[in-house]
Structures are given as C-alpha cells and as structure tokens.
Design a protein around this ligand. Structure first.
Ligand code: MN
Length: 139
C-alpha cells in the first residue's frame, strides 16, 4: 500500500505538510491548520511541489537562509488506500491507516482554483467531533 506522512513544519509559520505517495513521488499539500478528525472542519490544503519518496522519512532541521527553514517533525505516518478519484479531476477519497489519521478523508480542489484544496474528514467510526490537534513539539 502507498505511504503517507504528515510533517509538522515549524517554519516562519507553523503548518503541516500532507504528503501522499502517488505516481512515484510524494504529492504534497501545505495545511496551515493541520488535519482534523472532525467532519465539521474544512481545512485549507495548498498544493505544493512534489517531493521525492525518501522524504517521507525525513525529520530534521532545514537550516536558516533556506526555504522553509525550521524544524520538521513527523506528526503522523502510515499507509493509505485511494478509494476514488485522482489529482487530475481534483477530487480524491483516501482511507488513512495512520496512528492519528484514520479512516476516510476527502481532498477536493476548490472550484476555479489551481492550488487550493480542502481536506475534510468523512463521517465514519473514526470521526471525532472533539478533535484538538496536538503538536509533536512541545513549547
Ligand atoms: Mn512545509
């Protein structure tokens, strides 16, 4: 099964990068608020550059002066199953088998937009209406 990772990225602004193994690369979205297990949350997910597959295991520090400088940690990882759709049509349904991300999510490109998608938890047994995202890094 293909892998996914969610990087917690402490760049100038904290955000989360969702990466899905697809077509031999990691398709990637920057999610400013991070994923949510609450179906009521619609999380903006901005498509960013593909990354190499081996980046799925990356944790470390991007040095000062480089793009995205700051700590990168793995917030969650695991495998996923593509239930329907593809990138081209701008609508995917993905079944995550992670430690934090579980069950079905929709990823849908916003109409008229090129890079802006929404990441939304579907109502299933893993949905959590009290979900509060906790960062890996403690302050
Ligand atoms: Mn990032």
């Amino acid at each position: 099964m293909p892998v996914f990772v969610v990087h917690e990225h402490h760049a100038k602004r904290l955000h989360f990068d969702l990466r899905l193994e697809m077509e031999g690369v990691l398709k990637s979205w920057a999610v400013p608020k991070g994923p949510s297990m609450n179906p009521a949350d619609k999380r903006l997910a901005i498509m960013v550059d593909d990354h190499d597959l081996d980046y799925a295991g990356f944790e470390g520090i991007i040095p000062e002066g480089m793009y995205g400088a700051g700590d990168v940690m793995i917030w969650d990882s695991g495998t996923y199953e593509l239930k329907s759709g593809d990138i081209k049509t701008g609508k995917l349904e993905v079944d995550f088998k992670g430690r934090k991300l579980k069950g079905i999510f929709a990823l849908a490109r916003m109409s008229g937009k090129e890079k802006e998608w929404l990441l939304i938890k579907k109502n299933d047994q893993f949905a959590d209406r009290d979900f509060i995202l906790k960062t890996v890094k403690t302050f």
